[in-house]
Design a protein around this ligand. Structure first.
Ligand code: NAD
Length: 237
């Protein structure tokens, strides 16, 4: 397998740290050629990885794919850089605006791009199960409850909104509840409540490496594909 030159955008964050560690564990598969953080220096970016501040983005060396887990205000510059260089983008940044999501669609005419609120295989399967339950249980009350660590900035989580779309696909209104507590990596419950009975579909992530592994896998699968917008489930095998 060819070595992939990766730009990690948001390298000092919780997800960025997972990405740097997992890449370093597979040096024959992934080489981080640029680790970008809001500001430099960041003690969290390990020695030997070229480190750049967001303001230096235009000058980063050549890369095969960018992986972005930053914050909404960092999203436009990395998308623009990938379009300018004709390089694929994998982004898991949540809380981005409708205009930013539309910009993903426009960029997809020029580069391969996957923007997803969750890179775990379990959540991809959960979304399919939720769609089936929604179609089979018309008229039931639908709620999405999510729990995350206290540092998470957006609420409801991007994953909750994605699951809510699936849960409401048969037309039912969807209600959301968000809990912020301790170091919870991510838990989502989709509840369908009828008269005298209740169905709960639950996903629990216990380690954020699942998202980083999924993003690295998606990066590998995206490189060399034609321009277009891809979903995580398009890149699974
Ligand atoms: P964090 O706050 O720990 O880290 C954010 C990182 O982004 C830091 O390295 C920071 O320096 C960088 N950053 C912030 N603003 C920037 C800017 N303007 N330009 C460049 N870099 C900038 O956050 P986190 O917990 O690592 O999560 C990052 C994002 O990933 C969040 O949006 C979170 O919701 C999302 N997330 C997505 C998934 C998924 O599977 N899609 C999983 C977990 C987290």
């Amino acid at each position: 397998m060819n070595m992939l030159r990766v730009l990690v955008h948001g390298a000092s964050g919780r997800m960025g740290q997972s990405l740097l560690r997992l890449s370093a564990e597979q040096p024959d598969q992934y080489q981080v050629v640029a680790a970008v953080t809001r500001r430099t220096p960041s003690p969290r970016v390990v020695d030997g990885v070229p480190h750049f501040a967001a303001s230096e983005l235009a000058g980063v060396p050549a890369f095969d794919v960018a992986i972005d887990f930053s914050l909404p205000d960092g999203f436009d510059p990395i998308l623009a850089l990938c379009v300018e260089r004709g390089v694929p983008l994998v982004s898991g940044t949540t809380g981005i605006s409708a205009a930013q999501i539309e910009a993903v669609g426009q960029a997809a005419a020029r580069i391969p791009v996957v923007w997803a609120t969750n890179f775990s295989l379990g959540v991809a399967v959960l979304a399919e199960l939720v769609e089936r339950a929604a179609a089979a249980l018309p008229g039931w009350d639908v709620d999405v409850v999510e729990s995350h660590h206290v540092h998470k900035k957006d609420a409801p989580s991007g994953t909750a909104l994605t699951l809510g779309e699936a849960a409401g696909s048969a037309g039912a209104p969807v209600h959301y509840a968000s809990l912020r507590a301790g170091d919870i990596v991510g838990e989502h419950t989709v509840q369908f409540a009828g008269l005298g009975e209740r169905v709960e579909l639950i996903h629990r992530a216990t380690h954020r490496d699942v998202f980083a592994r999924g993003a690295l896998h998606a990066a590998r699968k995206l490189a060399g594909r034609p321009a277009g917008r891809y979903r995580v489930r398009d890149l699974l095998d």
